[in-house]
Structures are given as C-alpha cells and as structure tokens.
Design a protein around this ligand. Structure first.
Ligand SMILES: Cc1cc2nc3c(=O)[nH]c(=O)nc-3n(C[C@H](O)[C@H](O)[C@H](O)COP(=O)(O)OP(=O)(O)OC[C@H]3O[C@@H](n4cnc5c(N)ncnc54)[C@H](O)[C@@H]3O)c2cc1C
Ligand code: SF4
Length: 288
C-alpha cells in the first residue's frame, strides 16, 4: 500500500498549451484548478505563489485563471499553504476552496477537517485537494546555497529547478543545464522530512507527480469519490490528454520503488530515534 488507495492511475497532461508552457510537468495542478474554476466547482484555490525572491514560494489565494497560471511550476522549499486555510473562507469569503500541497500538507488538511478545532465552517468548504508527490523538501536557504555551491550561478539566473531521473537539475536563463547526483543535495534537505512516510499524497482527492511518466507528462492518482467525479468531468470537457499508465515507461513500477525506498529509509530513521531518545529507555546525552 505504499501508493495509498486510488480508484485509477493514469498518465496525463493538460491540453492547454499556455498551461503546459511553464508548468513543472504535465500541468495537472494548474489545469485541474483552471477547469474547476471555470466549471464553478471551486471559487478559488490556495497555491504556492512566487514571492519577490527567486524560487521562494508564498502561499496565495488564486481566484482567476491568470493568478493560477502565475503560480505554475515547482518551488523546492516550504510553502505553508495551510496557513491560509481559515483566511480563505473568512477574509476571501470563498465557499468552494481548492488547495494544492505536499503529502504532509494533505495530512494537515485532513486532520483539520476531522478535528476542526478553530476551523469551524472550514471543513465542508474544501472542494478539491490536489497533492503533489514529494521525496524531500529544502529550507529556502538550502536551495540558495545548493545552487550557489554546485550550480555555479545565483538563484536569480535560474529558469527552472527539477528533480527527476535520479538527479537534481538546474536550468539557467542563459540555456545552461547543470545536473547533480542526489547524494550531493542530501545535506541541504530539510531534516524534518526524514521522518515522513508518504511519497504520493495518499490523502489528496487527486495526486500527481512526474515520476513514472515521460517528460512533459504526469502520473495521476484519482483517489476519492470527489476526485473521481471532478476528474471525469475534466476529461469530458477535454481538459486532459491521457494514456493508460501501463502503456508508458517507466510506469508505476518506478513510483512503487521510490515510495518503498522513502518509507523504508524514513521508517528506519524513526525507529533509530525512538531507540536513541527514549521509548522504553533512559534518555542518553550523546555528548557526555
Ligand atoms: C518539495 C517538492 C518535492 C517534490 N518531489 C517530487 C518527487 O520526488 N517526485 C515527483 O514525481 N514529483 C515531485 N514533486 C512534484 C513535482 O515537482 C510537480 O510539482 C508536480 O508534478 C506537479 O506538476 P504540474 O505540472 O502538474 O503542476 P503545475 O501546473 O506546474 O503547478 C504546480 C502547483 O504546485 C504548487 N507548488 C509549487 N511549489 C510548491 C510547494 N513548495 N509547496 C506546495 N505547492 C507548491 C504551485 O503553486 C502550483 O499550483 C515535488 C514537489 C515539491 C514542491
Ligand atoms: S518530504 Fe514529507 S514532510 Fe517533507 S515536505 Fe515532503 S511531504 Fe512534507
């Protein structure tokens, strides 16, 4: 069950060239929200917008197609999207909310819906939760440093960052590409991610990532009844081109392998922490 429950898995990409142009992969997130906005399924979405600093995400509420498109692409550092979850229904007055987030953010969202302490009236207003796959994340300072140390450039000269095919990719505005083995990037990661046991956003209505499908396409898991209904309507409206997941390479086999690796590695780390710090043992100070 490393891939969680899902009703269907497909390879897909947006049919809208404008969305595809600057999206990270197949433009699934932006296309889903743009379709849902048009169809009246949502009246806005919490996304990770672009702040004044390059590749630094800033949570924002997008209520127009233009705002959704401006937030396309992945920013590899923490965007506290859940911080707007109350605000979006109060100050912004939205009744049908879309939200995108990493697997941990989907967990926070569902916890908030189950135990809506301080979130009265919010739980029922979540109309579409889109999760993105996530192996690890980086503090913003870590991304800055990583690009400076190994990309031989500053972050403001970078057009795209990507993790794929076992490498960290830096694409510069001037057309250069730097590829780094992931063992180089590990030390810049956010340590909190090493206890995380979800790779594919099991709790989202629909979750998506690049792994498993060819460049420019995405792997999509349609998980909940709500997700299934919205996905079927989006397909009927021509929003996506799809292929059966078992017709593309490398397919679900690679997604399963990476999910298993993440969970096994982090489970081991969790167990080592439990042994080191307590559960059934006297606390030991490693420095004395
Ligand atoms: C930290 C991180 C690690 C990832 N690791 C993997 C991985 O190991 N394997 C894999 O297949 N995919 C991974 N992804 C997902 C992948 O990079 C794409 O985000 C995903 O495939 C969606 O692409 P798209 O073309 O459908 O989205 P687009 O249409 O380009 O839209 C992307 C959406 O994601 C939002 N977003 C961008 N950055 C963040 C962020 N930091 N936090 C929350 N929301 C954000 C944007 O606001 C936008 O709405 C990761 C993403 C992040 C943020
Ligand atoms: S690795 Fe886990 S904890 Fe870290 S950002 Fe991704 S989903 Fe969240």
């Amino acid at each position: 069950m490393v891939l969680g429950n899902y009703k269907q898995a497909v390879a897909a990409r947006s049919t809208d060239p404008d969305i595809l142009r600057k999206s990270q992969d197949g433009g699934i997130v932006t296309q889903l929200f743009a379709y849902a906005l048009d169809a009246g399924i949502i009246d806005g979405a919490i996304v990770a917008g672009q702040s004044d600093e390059p590749f630094k995400p800033e949570p924002m509420v997008a209520t127009t197609r233009e705002e959704l498109l401006a937030a396309r692409g992945t920013r590899y550092s923490i965007s506290p999207n859940m911080s707007l979850i109350k605000e979006v229904t109060r100050s912004y007055g939205l009744d049908k909310v879309g939200v995108v987030g990493t697997p941990c953010q989907m967990q926070a969202l569902r916890k908030g819906q189950l135990y809506p302490v301080g979130l009265r009236d919010v739980a029922d207003k979540i109309a579409l939760a889109v999760g993105i796959f996530c192996m690890e994340n980086f503090p913003y300072q870590g991304i800055l440093q990583l690009v400076e140390d190994h990309g031989a450039t500053a972050l403001e000269n970078v057009s795209k960052l990507d993790i794929g095919k076992g490498k960290f990719w830096i694409y510069t505005e001037r057309g250069a590409t730097v590829q780094l083995p992931l063992k180089v990037t590990h030390k810049y990661e956010q340590p909190g991610c090493h206890v995380c046991l979800d790779y594919v956003a099991n709790l989202a209505d629909i979750s998506t990532g690049s792994v498993g499908t060819p460049d420019g396409w995405s792997t999509v898991f349609v998980r909940s009844a709500k997700g299934d209904d919205i996905w079927a309507k989006a397909i009927a409206a021509g929003a996506f081109e799809t292929k059966p997941i078992d017709s593309v390479k490398p397919g679900l086999e690679l997604v399963t392998k990476l999910a298993t690796e993440k969970i096994t590695k982090n489970q081991k780390y969790l167990e080592s922490r439990a042994t080191e710090y307590g559960v059934g043992k006297a606390l030991r100070n490693p420095y004395i």
